[in-house]
Ligand binder design. Sequence first.
Ligand code: TDX
Length: 353
Amino acid sequence: MQTMERKILITGGAGFIGSHLVRLMVNRYPNYLIVNLDALTYAGNPANLRDIEEAANYRFERVDICDVEAVREVFERHAIDSVIHLAAESHVDRSIDDPFAFARTNVLGTLTLLQVAKERWTDDAQHLFYHVSTDEVYGSLGAEGAFTESSRYEPHSPYSASKASSDHFVRAFHDTFGLPTVISNCSNNYGPYQFPEKLIPLFINNIRERRALPVYGRGENVRDWLYVEDHARAIDLIFHRGRVGETYNIGGSNEWRNIDLVRLLVATTDRLLGRAEGEDDNLITFVRDRAGHDLRYAIDSTKLREELGWHPEVSFEEGIERTVRWYLHNDEWLTAVTSGEYRNYYSRMYDGR
Ligand code: TDX
């Protein structure tokens, strides 16, 4: 095989955002070796990457980021020089049920990767530990304003507390040991391959099956939505041109109240299914609010736009249309991940690789 310019470990590459990033990097950089390290828990699915799994510059390693020996072996086997770390437990409602799983994967897993990178990267080669994080670490906003890179950390859910903690460890390894790190904090993502526990894919699936749409509280919470490929492009840019030791906020500047978004999803899905307008409005059901539910997130991505010239390329109208179409045309994928069958199938397929 030709000599690879960079050997990049992408953790969580079988997940939603990770699979989009792996696809982008494998296709755009034939001279980079892309090693996807993923434990294939419930939300990680190699079917998300079927189109690139035979690529010459792609490898898959089924490893838990908390398993220090296995992580060391992967670094050694592939002479890893950089990490883009996305592996995480990411669903807020699950973190309310089982906070320990979030501390384990998000905090101890990140610490394990940092420790191995620090041990291994003692030469003068080019290295980078890129940590992918969330806007939720900054807490909740009132009606006005947006989070900047210097906003105070104020996490409210066990999920955001675990991500905040992982961000702190990354900065600590930079400041204490000189590890070359960079962090980005992104707003809510949407698009193909998102696990249907998150609002948008869950609701598209429920509309398709004519099941109730459980809107928490009064649906007045606001989120800033970004198409997942725009996030992957931002990561690529920050990986190559971001300044070491810095943090970059990534956001869509696209705020929606949940209830307005849900109405848009109902209208779009009904239209694409050929159903009459308004036919499924009655599926909208207001339910008990999520505990500690953050009112509003909004990201100020001026730094990323001005320093690195990034901007979102996919409008929300276009992105929602593409996303609803994708879920409706990939009902096999949806049925497989919701039934859990894929887990048995892929566990057999990937064991012992
Ligand atoms: O059934 C639902 N009903 C509902 O009203 C679900 C699943 C969600 N919601 C609301 C809660 C939020 O206000 O919709 C909004 C979006 O919910 P999620 O999709 O669960 O996302 P959120 O809680 O905003 O967190 C997301 O953004 C930051 C991701 O899940 C995180 O992983 C990311 O870091």
